[in-house]
Design a protein around this ligand. Sequence first.
Ligand code: ARG
Length: 269
Amino acid sequence: MNKWGKLSLGLLLAGGLLAGCGSNNTDNSAAGNSDSGAAAKKLILGTSADFPPYEFHKMIDGKDTIVGFDIDIAKDIAADMGAELEIKDLPFDSLLNELSSGRVDIVISGLSPTPERAEAVGLSDIYYQAEQAVVVREADKDKFATMDALKGAKLGVQTGSIQEEIAKEIEGAQLTSLGKISEIVLQLQSNRVDASIMEGPVAKSFVKNVDGLVIADAVPEVEDDGYVIGVKKGNDELLEQVNTTLKRLQDEGKIDEYVAAASELAESE
Ligand code: ARG
């Protein structure tokens, strides 16, 4: 390369660098504006915080706080977006409507993917998997060793959940559908229902904390195992962001870490 060639290449590079700086500056000032302005980016999470270790209430430093591994994941998504996280605790069966109407941006609530839900909202990749479990009174443990034994039984389930659908398929089962898992636990304790179907990790957390309840040997089979995050239908930008953060958390082994920590927190006093 001759002298002029070198010089012009040098100029080109310098020009490129300068142009790079210029556009960086613009980006920085835009970010600076939104940081200092009133309209800081917000991510509104809808969740039903009755579901330890996924999402639940806990007194932390004397303050009622919503915690759980879903919440940890939400915090990461918000951080990766440079947004502030706001949490709305809502009835489980209202969450997807809140999403569609734009009152929440994202639903993380131990949500199982179903064809109907995939039709109604945008669903992320699967971020965690767990089995279903049957919770019964200690004295009844041997009675409910198989799913067949649940035929004709009184079952407590959460309104709008896949467990409600599972229970509907059980011959002769009498359903009590309630808004909160804690209400189902009360029904079990007071003999008004005989058994409840819930996610394995949730069942474990409740039987550890509530006297007289155990997990039976019966195991419900489900097709849609695994949990996903919901966004409004068509919000592909947010869906992509969610999947990117989930991938990062999987790669870093963070999700298992969050599950372990949240389980411990759910069982502690
Ligand atoms: N996985 C079940 C479903 O999607 C139950 C989820 C309930 N979640 C909650 N936070 N209460 O139907």
